[in-house]
Design a protein around this ligand. Sequence first.
Ligand code: SF4
Ligand code: SF4
Length: 81
Amino acid sequence: MLIDSIAPFLCDGCGCCERDCPSDVIRMRGRKAFIVYPKDCNNCLNCELACSRGAIKWNVFEVEPKFWSKEAGLPLHPLEL
Ligand code: SF4
Ligand code: SF4
């Protein structure tokens, strides 16, 4: 799974990631988002794109080397692929 975790201290509870996840992986509990069905994730990254708070963190060890930015030493943003 490309998504590693959701940082609760960054999440503002907007619910956009839950709404945009086509595989129903994320659930809101109170005002925080949680990954509840990780095995159902299809790695579409919709949740990461939907989150304006940068709360959804990549699992960098799952990102293929061809998707890494040589300059920044970080995975490319989905919009750069
Ligand atoms: S889109 Fe980001 S801020 Fe909104 S609920 Fe999901 S993780 Fe939290
Ligand atoms: S990467 Fe796609 S399928 Fe996986 S949790 Fe995010 S929106 Fe859902």
